[in-house]
Write a protein that binds this ligand. Structure first.
Ligand SMILES: [Mg+2]
Length: 227
Protein backbone atom coordinates (compact mmCIF):
# COMPACT_ATOMS: atom_id res chain seq x y z
CA UNK A 1 0.00 0.00 0.00
CA UNK A 2 1.37 3.41 -0.88
CA UNK A 3 -1.02 5.48 1.16
CA UNK A 4 -1.05 9.26 0.76
CA UNK A 5 -3.46 9.81 3.63
CA UNK A 6 -4.44 8.07 6.83
CA UNK A 7 -7.95 8.50 8.20
CA UNK A 8 -8.38 7.60 11.85
CA UNK A 9 -11.45 6.72 13.88
CA UNK A 10 -11.66 8.58 17.23
CA UNK A 11 -12.97 6.45 20.14
CA UNK A 12 -11.03 3.30 20.83
CA UNK A 13 -8.49 4.34 18.21
CA UNK A 14 -6.77 7.69 18.89
CA UNK A 15 -8.48 8.29 22.24
CA UNK A 16 -9.87 6.00 24.92
CA UNK A 17 -13.19 4.25 25.02
CA UNK A 18 -15.89 3.43 27.56
CA UNK A 19 -15.17 0.73 30.08
CA UNK A 20 -18.11 -1.27 31.44
CA UNK A 21 -17.47 0.27 34.91
CA UNK A 22 -17.57 3.79 33.50
CA UNK A 23 -20.71 3.09 31.46
CA UNK A 24 -22.42 1.70 34.56
CA UNK A 25 -21.33 4.78 36.48
CA UNK A 26 -22.71 7.27 33.95
CA UNK A 27 -26.14 5.58 33.79
CA UNK A 28 -26.24 5.57 37.60
CA UNK A 29 -25.35 9.29 37.69
CA UNK A 30 -27.86 10.19 35.01
CA UNK A 31 -30.51 8.04 36.69
CA UNK A 32 -29.88 9.81 40.01
CA UNK A 33 -30.15 13.23 38.35
CA UNK A 34 -33.44 12.34 36.63
CA UNK A 35 -34.95 10.03 39.27
CA UNK A 36 -34.95 7.34 36.58
CA UNK A 37 -34.17 3.64 36.74
CA UNK A 38 -30.60 3.30 35.34
CA UNK A 39 -31.52 0.18 33.31
CA UNK A 40 -34.52 1.89 31.67
CA UNK A 41 -32.35 4.88 30.99
CA UNK A 42 -29.63 2.75 29.45
CA UNK A 43 -32.13 0.96 27.18
CA UNK A 44 -33.59 4.22 25.87
CA UNK A 45 -30.16 5.79 25.62
CA UNK A 46 -28.94 2.96 23.40
CA UNK A 47 -32.15 3.10 21.35
CA UNK A 48 -31.52 6.77 20.60
CA UNK A 49 -27.87 6.15 19.65
CA UNK A 50 -28.42 6.22 15.84
CA UNK A 51 -30.16 9.59 16.05
CA UNK A 52 -27.71 10.98 18.60
CA UNK A 53 -24.63 10.35 16.43
CA UNK A 54 -26.25 11.47 13.17
CA UNK A 55 -27.32 14.93 14.26
CA UNK A 56 -30.83 13.96 15.36
CA UNK A 57 -30.45 15.97 18.56
CA UNK A 58 -28.84 19.40 18.47
CA UNK A 59 -27.71 19.05 22.08
CA UNK A 60 -27.44 16.29 24.65
CA UNK A 61 -30.03 18.12 26.75
CA UNK A 62 -32.55 17.60 23.91
CA UNK A 63 -31.68 13.91 23.83
CA UNK A 64 -32.10 13.62 27.62
CA UNK A 65 -35.45 15.45 27.47
CA UNK A 66 -36.66 13.10 24.72
CA UNK A 67 -35.68 10.03 26.74
CA UNK A 68 -37.42 11.44 29.84
CA UNK A 69 -40.59 11.97 27.83
CA UNK A 70 -40.46 8.38 26.55
CA UNK A 71 -40.00 7.13 30.13
CA UNK A 72 -42.89 9.25 31.34
CA UNK A 73 -40.66 11.33 33.61
CA UNK A 74 -41.29 14.98 34.25
CA UNK A 75 -37.69 16.08 34.69
CA UNK A 76 -37.06 19.80 35.06
CA UNK A 77 -34.40 21.84 33.32
CA UNK A 78 -31.94 21.58 36.26
CA UNK A 79 -32.23 17.77 36.38
CA UNK A 80 -31.72 17.52 32.64
CA UNK A 81 -28.65 19.73 32.89
CA UNK A 82 -27.22 17.59 35.70
CA UNK A 83 -27.71 14.43 33.62
CA UNK A 84 -26.12 16.09 30.59
CA UNK A 85 -23.18 17.20 32.74
CA UNK A 86 -22.62 13.60 33.90
CA UNK A 87 -22.60 12.54 30.23
CA UNK A 88 -20.18 15.32 29.32
CA UNK A 89 -17.78 14.30 32.10
CA UNK A 90 -17.94 10.69 30.84
CA UNK A 91 -17.15 11.84 27.28
CA UNK A 92 -14.26 13.97 28.54
CA UNK A 93 -12.78 10.99 30.41
CA UNK A 94 -12.90 8.96 27.18
CA UNK A 95 -11.31 11.73 25.10
CA UNK A 96 -7.82 11.21 26.52
CA UNK A 97 -5.40 10.52 23.66
CA UNK A 98 -3.76 7.10 23.52
CA UNK A 99 -0.17 7.24 24.85
CA UNK A 100 1.38 6.91 21.37
CA UNK A 101 -1.21 8.98 19.49
CA UNK A 102 0.66 12.28 19.18
CA UNK A 103 3.98 10.65 18.27
CA UNK A 104 2.33 8.42 15.66
CA UNK A 105 0.37 11.27 14.09
CA UNK A 106 3.54 13.38 13.94
CA UNK A 107 5.43 10.50 12.34
CA UNK A 108 2.70 10.06 9.70
CA UNK A 109 2.82 13.80 8.94
CA UNK A 110 6.62 13.76 8.67
CA UNK A 111 6.30 11.30 5.78
CA UNK A 112 4.28 13.96 3.93
CA UNK A 113 0.99 12.16 4.31
CA UNK A 114 -2.28 13.83 5.15
CA UNK A 115 -4.18 12.91 8.30
CA UNK A 116 -7.95 12.79 8.76
CA UNK A 117 -10.40 12.01 11.54
CA UNK A 118 -13.74 10.26 10.97
CA UNK A 119 -15.82 9.84 14.10
CA UNK A 120 -19.28 8.57 14.94
CA UNK A 121 -19.87 10.92 17.83
CA UNK A 122 -22.43 12.80 19.86
CA UNK A 123 -22.88 16.58 19.96
CA UNK A 124 -20.62 16.88 23.04
CA UNK A 125 -17.56 15.81 21.08
CA UNK A 126 -16.75 18.50 18.46
CA UNK A 127 -16.57 21.37 21.01
CA UNK A 128 -14.26 19.26 23.21
CA UNK A 129 -11.98 18.10 20.39
CA UNK A 130 -9.53 21.07 20.54
CA UNK A 131 -8.86 20.41 24.25
CA UNK A 132 -7.46 16.93 23.52
CA UNK A 133 -4.21 18.56 22.44
CA UNK A 134 -3.95 16.51 19.23
CA UNK A 135 -6.42 18.38 17.01
CA UNK A 136 -3.64 20.37 15.30
CA UNK A 137 -2.17 17.10 13.98
CA UNK A 138 -5.21 16.53 11.71
CA UNK A 139 -5.70 18.12 8.28
CA UNK A 140 -9.42 17.33 8.20
CA UNK A 141 -12.16 16.14 10.52
CA UNK A 142 -15.59 14.59 9.96
CA UNK A 143 -17.86 14.42 13.01
CA UNK A 144 -21.05 12.42 12.39
CA UNK A 145 -23.12 14.64 14.69
CA UNK A 146 -22.22 17.64 12.53
CA UNK A 147 -22.67 16.11 9.08
CA UNK A 148 -25.85 14.11 9.79
CA UNK A 149 -24.41 10.82 8.56
CA UNK A 150 -22.85 7.95 10.46
CA UNK A 151 -20.50 5.08 9.70
CA UNK A 152 -20.91 2.65 7.98
CA UNK A 153 -22.77 4.93 5.51
CA UNK A 154 -20.66 5.07 2.35
CA UNK A 155 -21.27 8.82 2.05
CA UNK A 156 -19.46 9.67 5.29
CA UNK A 157 -16.35 7.82 4.08
CA UNK A 158 -16.60 9.73 0.78
CA UNK A 159 -16.78 12.95 2.77
CA UNK A 160 -13.65 12.01 4.72
CA UNK A 161 -11.85 11.28 1.45
CA UNK A 162 -13.00 14.63 0.00
CA UNK A 163 -11.90 16.53 3.08
CA UNK A 164 -8.40 15.02 3.16
CA UNK A 165 -8.27 15.84 -0.55
CA UNK A 166 -7.35 12.36 -1.78
CA UNK A 167 -9.31 9.56 -3.48
CA UNK A 168 -10.33 6.59 -1.32
CA UNK A 169 -7.72 4.40 -3.04
CA UNK A 170 -4.97 6.63 -1.61
CA UNK A 171 -6.31 6.38 1.95
CA UNK A 172 -5.72 3.93 4.76
CA UNK A 173 -8.50 3.76 7.35
CA UNK A 174 -7.54 2.88 10.92
CA UNK A 175 -10.22 1.96 13.45
CA UNK A 176 -11.06 -0.43 16.25
CA UNK A 177 -13.97 -1.80 14.20
CA UNK A 178 -17.55 -0.99 15.13
CA UNK A 179 -20.72 -1.23 13.02
CA UNK A 180 -18.85 -2.63 10.02
CA UNK A 181 -16.73 0.51 9.54
CA UNK A 182 -13.61 -1.40 8.41
CA UNK A 183 -15.53 -3.32 5.73
CA UNK A 184 -17.34 -0.13 4.65
CA UNK A 185 -14.04 1.72 4.14
CA UNK A 186 -12.66 -1.13 2.05
CA UNK A 187 -15.87 -1.32 0.00
CA UNK A 188 -15.19 2.29 -1.01
CA UNK A 189 -11.61 1.50 -1.97
CA UNK A 190 -9.68 2.46 1.18
CA UNK A 191 -7.41 -0.07 2.88
CA UNK A 192 -8.51 -0.81 6.42
CA UNK A 193 -6.34 -1.56 9.43
CA UNK A 194 -7.95 -2.73 12.66
CA UNK A 195 -6.43 -1.55 15.92
CA UNK A 196 -7.24 -3.56 19.02
CA UNK A 197 -5.44 -2.61 22.20
CA UNK A 198 -4.64 -5.08 24.96
CA UNK A 199 -7.71 -5.40 27.17
CA UNK A 200 -10.16 -4.72 24.31
CA UNK A 201 -13.61 -5.50 25.69
CA UNK A 202 -16.19 -6.35 22.99
CA UNK A 203 -18.95 -6.41 25.62
CA UNK A 204 -19.01 -2.60 25.89
CA UNK A 205 -19.38 -2.27 22.11
CA UNK A 206 -22.69 -1.90 20.36
CA UNK A 207 -21.55 -3.80 17.28
CA UNK A 208 -17.92 -5.02 17.34
CA UNK A 209 -16.61 -6.00 13.93
CA UNK A 210 -14.72 -9.19 13.12
CA UNK A 211 -11.91 -8.14 10.85
CA UNK A 212 -9.95 -10.70 8.85
CA UNK A 213 -7.46 -8.11 7.53
CA UNK A 214 -4.42 -6.45 9.10
CA UNK A 215 -4.73 -5.88 12.84
CA UNK A 216 -2.34 -3.97 15.09
CA UNK A 217 -2.14 -3.63 18.86
CA UNK A 218 -0.57 -0.16 19.12
CA UNK A 219 -1.07 2.90 16.95
CA UNK A 220 2.57 3.21 15.88
CA UNK A 221 2.39 -0.19 14.19
CA UNK A 222 0.44 1.48 11.40
CA UNK A 223 3.56 3.23 10.08
CA UNK A 224 5.18 0.25 8.30
CA UNK A 225 1.79 -0.63 6.79
CA UNK A 226 1.62 2.62 4.80
CA UNK A 227 4.39 1.88 2.28
MG1 LIG B 1 -14.01 3.40 17.55
Amino acid sequence: VRAKAVVFDLFGTVVGDATSEDATRVYAEMGAALSADPDDLRRLWLETYPGRVAGGFATVEENVAFVCERLGLSAGRASIERAAAARAAFIERMMTPRPDAAATLEAVRETGRRVGLLSNCTPEVPPRWPATGIAHLFDATVFSSEVGLRKPDRRIFELASDRVGLPPGACVYVADGDHGELAAAEALGMRSVCVRYPGFDPSVRLAPEDWPGPTISSLREVLPLLD
